[in-house]
Design a protein around this ligand. Structure first.
Ligand code: PMP
Ligand code: GLU
Length: 404
């Protein structure tokens, strides 16, 4: 009898598992085993989903919610998203140009699948959210990484984008505010990037999942709002996970030009069908209900942001820029790479450093190399203040104990 052929598709060969999810799972496993680990892993608000959103879902269940819906989402939700995004981006978006998916991650996956032919290039500014390059590769495309510099607060320079363009470049991913750096593009930077996108005929994939989480006077600037012609080449990716503490409900959405939304809908219709009906009903309540919960959570994140930056900067050898958006701190810990632990082990890179930190200091942080920025680590501060204080204390103690 032949042995079963369990070979998996070669298109998976270059694909790495998501490091944010891996670090989070490792911390969760240690916790389940009774180890007292503090996790700064996944970017997930510790708040419960606000009550009025949960109430709407419960009421929906009593009214027969729980059926297949239109593949692209229920009509009132698409209309609410179109209205909200039209307002934010100062453009007119029709409900037909909105596709609701199973999280913004799914939106992005559908988008790259819909957009890319083999070898098509997508410019991804680094540091980048871990999943962009792998999603582009899964879709057969080629990620082209363009580095943002720390001295520019990691904003990518227009001339660097221009230099990376080739005849195969289709799009640039703009994640504003940025995961992992927390950087927020200024209106002037957005304007300058918009110019290059027009000049080089690029589509703009604007991942705005953190747009409502900005601090210290920073303001979200929309590239779609720059001009009608920019709006016509921009695909907006957004969702409720971060803003409304709805990560597990898995709703994200895309708004963009009709041919692209239609192609994405075709993929969704042949893969996942509609996103979960009850989660769509909850999302409608989130978008159309009272918005004070957003401000309450944003204020709490802001207090934690100020604290975590202060504590990180107090660690000798650590430098930490001020994040002005999202809920991540992204300190430079490169001076600790290559140092030795008490038992003589050399921590040769940021991945080894993070492995050692979780195992020995019981604090989970994500290595910067997963975001295209070796020598850094990412800490999500969407967790309780007491965990921030104790977690960074552990980090501090562990790092200063390393020797050259
Ligand atoms: N984009 C960015 C930049 C993210 O950090 C995340 C992670 N949550 C997502 C998209 C996807 O979010 P979700 O699938 O939960 O909507
Ligand atoms: N986006 C969040 C993060 O960066 C959640 C995990 C993930 O989907 O990557 O931590």
């Amino acid at each position: 009898m032949a042995t079963p052929n369990l070979k998996t598709a070669s298109r998976l060969d270059p694909i790495k598992p998501s490091i944010t999810l891996a670090v989070t799972a490792k911390a969760a496993k240690l916790k389940a085993d009774g180890v007292d680990v503090i996790s700064f892993g996944a970017g997930e608000p510790d708040f419960d989903t606000p009550d009025h959103i949960k109430d709407a879902a419960r009421a929906g269940l009593d009214k027969g919610v729980g059926k297949y819906t239109d593949v692209a989402g229920i009509a009132p939700l698409r209309a609410a998203i179109a209205a909200e995004l039209s307002r934010v981006h100062k453009t007119t978006i029709a409900p037909e140009n909105v596709l609701v998916s199973t999280g913004a991650k799914h939106s992005l996956y559908n988008l790259f699948m819909a957009l890319l032919d083999p070898g098509d290039e997508v410019i991804i500014p680094a540091p980048y959210w871990v999943s962009y390059p792998d999603m582009v590769m899964l879709a057969g495309g080629k990620p082209v990484i363009v580095e943002g510099k720390a001295e520019d607060d990691f904003a990518v320079r227009p001339e660097a984008v221009r230099a990376a363009c080739t005849p195969r470049t289709r799009a640039i991913v703009l994640n504003n505010p940025s995961n992992p750096t927390g950087a927020v593009y200024t209106p002037a930077q957005i304007q300058a990037l918009a110019q290059v996108c027009e000049e080089q005929n690029l589509l703009v994939i604007s991942d705005d999942i953190y747009r409502q989480l900005v601090y210290a006077g920073a303001e979200y600037a929309s590239i779609a709002a720059v001009s009608p012609s920019l709006a016509a080449r921009t695909i907006l990716v957004d969702g409720v996970s971060k803003t409304y503490a709805m990560t597990g409900w898995r709703i994200g959405y895309t708004a963009g030009p009709a041919p692209i939304i239609k192609a994405m809908t075709k993929i969704q219709g042949q893969s996942t069908s509609n996103p979960t009906h009850i989660a769509q009903v909850a999302t409608l309540a989130a978008l159309t209900g009272p918005q004070d919960c957003v401000e309450t959570m944003r204020k709490a994140f802001d207090e934690r942001r100020i604290k975590i930056v202060e504590l990180l900067r107090a660690i000798p050898g650590v430098t930490c820029r001020e994040p002005k958006g999202a809920f991540y701190a992204f300190p430079d810990v490169s001076t600790f790479v290559g140092r030795k632990t008490a038992d003589g082990k050399v921590l040769g890179d940021d991945v080894a450093l993070c492995d050692w930190l979780v195992e020995h200091a019981k604090v989970a942080v994500v290595p910067g190399s997963g975001f295209g920025a070796p020598g850094h680590v990412r800490l999500s501060y969407a967790c309780a203040m007491k965990n921030i204080v104790e977690g960074v204390r552990r980090l501090h103690e562990a790092l200063i104990g390393l020797t050259r």
